[in-house]
Design a protein around this ligand. Sequence first.
Ligand code: FES
Length: 86
Amino acid sequence: MRIVCRCNDVTVEEIEKLIDEGVTDLEELRRLLRIGMGPCQGRTCIPIVISILARKTGRRPEEIPLPNARFPVRPVKIEALVEGEK
Ligand code: FES
């Protein structure tokens, strides 16, 4: 068992199984396995998933579009917003 996404315990085998079943879109893989949705936001796992996807589909890594990025949501005190304008 080789872990690719440490935040969500996703293995190489799980990724390869979905690719073999026809899921060859990075965004779809991400949504199905929750790859890149952990605290690190995919900094380490997304490049590895891209290399697996490239190897399994015969595409070059540059041809695989990156997933949609979302900014992490974190609570902010209202004072920080108000003081930021001073
Ligand atoms: S290692 Fe995949 S989201 Fe952190």
